[in-house]
Ligand binder design. Structure first.
Ligand code: GLY
Length: 449
């Protein structure tokens, strides 16, 4: 398959000079401290200047438009008092997107060649826009967001019987799950329980995992992303009193731990199983750079998914796996100074490869929850610091769209499926969703269950 080459216009000499300056300040090895010592504090303007200059040289990561803003004010970490104004700016931006939508039947996903892409409810991303509206209701308390969220959520009601792929957890969890949490209406619980039961039909006990897709060349494909759908099952198990749903979630998470996770904390995207024996047929990737690479968003889903499964079950093995995946990210030598990962941790062409803002947003949200659950205080501090740094960068003009631009989406520079030439350097609705979730978590200082 042809992989389109997307290059940023980067001034190599400038990158080198900034990196040299950064080395002088020992910034090239790991995170800058969240609370600098007094000596560090006096250096802070210099550090900011270096980070800002580096980000200006390296990001925006892909094709630069003539006249595009190139000088983001990257901060070391987003201070909590920046959360409220940022969320206000998000609300203003999403209001412009909402105003462009003719109806609540199809959901905005991205923009393609300047045109808004709206998807049907069966698309795996259909829950994120209603979810984003719910989170803005949570952030602002304004009833108008609640009413809009309810309108778009209702569109997804037929998904309670959906069995065609594994993403019911995303679709119903972000829409009806947030509805339940913030403004429950009669019938919400039944939709979620039905949806969980429909998802559970995709579990084959011989394999011990939920089958992700029915299409493609695989016998029984399971992608790491599927961990994100398990919370629907654990919740529905409690709600309905059916221990079988919890059992499926635990078996699936255990199977993912055994087959998708590497000892170094990295992850495979897709594992194909023999449906008769449950044996692994192959490990590979669909959206990553190579079969053995660690695709940045897959790693984020894994980190988030194991953290959530630990919260849901308190099984220590899930916490340990989430910690391993967090360390892989935090310590990764190719995590850029502005902390937004390249689209794959093994992407060719670094530092010119596209970044993935969606991976950064999901990672930041997961790290904030992990920091509240881990007993390792040093890891918690490093996780919070990385999340705050990622959110600072995403809030800067390098990623955060100017009012009314970017088709009404909030974040620029995400990657959907680069090997397929699809959605490269675009806004993606799930980047915005997890960005807002992470901002709410940062503002609250604690996890949201
Ligand atoms: N779950 C599909 C994706 O992350 O692209």
């Amino acid at each position: 398959m042809d992989v389109p080459v997307v290059r940023s216009r980067v001034d190599a000499a400038r990158v080198r000079s900034v990196l040299d300056a950064a080395r002088v300040l020992s910034l090239d090895s790991g995170m800058a401290p969240r609370r600098p010592s007094p000596a560090g504090a006096s250096r802070r303007p210099v550090l900011h200047a270096v980070l800002g200059a580096l980000a200006a040289a390296v990001a925006p990561p892909t094709v630069a438009r003539p006249g595009a803003t190139r000088g983001p004010a990257v901060q070391i970490g987003l201070p909590p008092d920046a959360v409220a104004p940022t969320l206000r700016a998000v609300a203003a931006q999403v209001a412009t997107l909402l105003a462009r939508l003719p109806d609540a039947e199809r959901m905005p996903r991205t923009i393609e060649r300047g045109t808004l892409v709206r998807v049907a409810r069966e698309d795996w991303t259909s829950g994120f826009f209603p979810g984003l509206l719910w989170l803005l209701h949570e952030a602002t308390g304004e009833p108008a967001w609640r009413d809009a969220a309810r309108r778009f959520t209702r569109t997804l009601e037929p998904l309670r019987h959906f069995r065609d792929h594994h993403d019911t957890g995303f679709m119903l969890g972000c829409s009806y799950g947030n509805a339940l949490r913030l403004a429950e209406a009669p019938g919400d619980r039944a939709v979620l329980v039905d949806g969980a039961r429909a998802l559970a039909t995709r579990f084959d006990p011989r394999v011990g995992l939920i089958r992700s897709w029915d299409h493609g060349r695989w016998a029984y494909p399971v992608i790491i992303d599927n961990l994100m759908n398990l919370e629907l099952l654990t919740w529905a198990s409690r709600e309905s009193g059916d221990p079988g749903l919890l059992g499926i979630a635990v078996r699936h998470a255990d199977g993912t731990l055994a087959h998708h996770c590497r000892p170094d904390g990295g992850s495979f995207h897709l594992v194909d199983f023999d449906p008769a024996s449950g044996a692994v047929r192959a490990r590979g990737t669909v959206q990553g750079a190579a079969d053995r690479s660690t695709w940045a968003r897959g790693q984020a889903w894994g980190l988030y998914g194991f953290t959530a499964m630990y919260r849901e079950t308190r099984h220590a093995r899930y916490l340990q796996q989430a910690e391993r995946m967090a360390r892989f990210v935090i310590d990764h030598p190719r995590l850029p100074v502005d902390r937004v990962p390249f689209w794959d941790y093994d992407a060719p062409g670094v530092p010119l490869a596209p970044r993935d803002a969606s991976a950064a947003a999901i990672t930041a949200s997961a790290l904030l929850e992990l920091a509240s659950l881990t007993a390792d205080a040093a890891l918690a501090a490093r996780a919070r610091a990385l999340a705050a740094a990622q959110l600072a960068t995403l809030s800067s003009p390098a990623y955060f769209a100017a009012p009314g631009e970017n088709g009404g989406f909030v974040l620029r520079h995400s990657v959907g499926a680069l090997p397929h030439g699809a959605e490269i350097d675009v806004p993606l609705v799930y980047a915005d969703y997890y960005f807002v979730e992470a901002m709410l978590r940062l503002g609250r200082g604690v996890r949201r269950g």
